[in-house]
Design a protein around this ligand. Structure first.
Ligand SMILES: O=P(O)(O)O[C@H]1O[C@H](CO)[C@@H](O)[C@H]1O
Ligand SMILES: O=c1cc[nH]c(=O)[nH]1
Length: 250
């Protein structure tokens, strides 16, 4: 088996984790670590910050993927080389539906693959789907926890600031897509091609057509709602991992 992975700079002997949590933002790795027992920093190279820890006895690796499909695909490929089997994105998204509030959680069972990475790995008609059983476990746990969560489809894209974004968001909103992010599709497509189980949990950090509050109080309150959502999605993922682990060796 290959040893030190060139980008994530992890190797087999550093962790036995079969489950990985994958935020985009490296700083989110540190906040996730607060939910784990005996968290241990494994290092950082570029956008890939790694921590391992345990939740109810299950070893979990946390690795940031950076922004977008290319670095996410690199993270998935290299995590696969060191034996990780189940990868759960702990991401954020912009809502595409009016009834989604800041801090609500979107459980994505599939994604519109509007990104270049997915297209590079497979034709555009290849479906970007999460693992159905793990996703069902997430939905079940969310219900048990009383988390404000919805499940459905999201759209992953490569652009944030093009002139067409508002129009594209409106079109995909009309098709019932719940939210927009930049990594879920690549995770699902590359994961499926490599025989991995994937899932994506997205915290709503931008409301659909929401007017941004101008006062400091609004801003502070919005930030607090987003952080609460992040805590919910982390706990939800960890509880689903535990429930999944009780169903047999993965
Ligand atoms: O919060 P993360 O996980 O980085 O996800 C979202 O935030 C970034 C854009 O601001 C993109 O990576 C998007 O997918
Ligand atoms: O609006 C947003 C927020 C996060 N990520 C996106 O892709 N869009």
């Amino acid at each position: 088996m290959m040893s030190l992975q060139p980008h994530i700079r992890l190797e087999n002997n550093m962790t036995n984790a079969k489950y990985a949590l994958l935020p985009g933002d490296p700083d989110r790795v540190d906040r996730i670590a607060c939910f784990l027992d005996n968290p241990e920093k494994l290092g950082q190279n570029r956008e890939f910050r790694a921590v391992r820890g345990w939740f109810q006895g299950i070893e979990i690796l946390v690795l940031s993927t950076g922004i977008g499909g290319p670095s996410t695909a690199i993270a998935i490929e290299e995590l696969c080389q060191i034996g990780v089997k189940t990868m759960i994105r702990i991401g954020s998204c912009g809502a595409l539906q009016d009834d989604l509030a800041l801090g609500n959680i979107v459980i994505a069972h599939g994604a519109v693959a509007d990104d270049g990475t997915s297209r590079t790995y497979a034709p555009a008609c290849y479906p970007a789907c999460a693992d159905p059983l793990f996703t069902a476990t997430l939905v079940q746990q969310a219900k048990q926890m009383g988390v404000p969560a919805v499940y459905g489809l999201v759209r992953s894209h490569d652009s944030f600031y093009t002139e067409r974004e508002a129009q594209l968001d409106a079109e995909w909103s009309a098709r019932g897509i719940l939210g927009a992010d930049m990594e879920s599709a690549a995770l699902m497509v590359v994961g499926a091609l490599r025989g991995l189980r994937t899932a994506s949990l997205l915290n709503v950090v931008v409301e659909h057509n929401g007017c941004l509050g101008s006062s400091i109080n609004d801003y502070v309150q919005q930030e607090a709602l987003c952080l609460e959502g992040e805590e919910r999605q982390i706990l939800l993922a960890l509880r689903a991992i535990y429930a999944d682990s009780q169903q047999g060796e993965k």
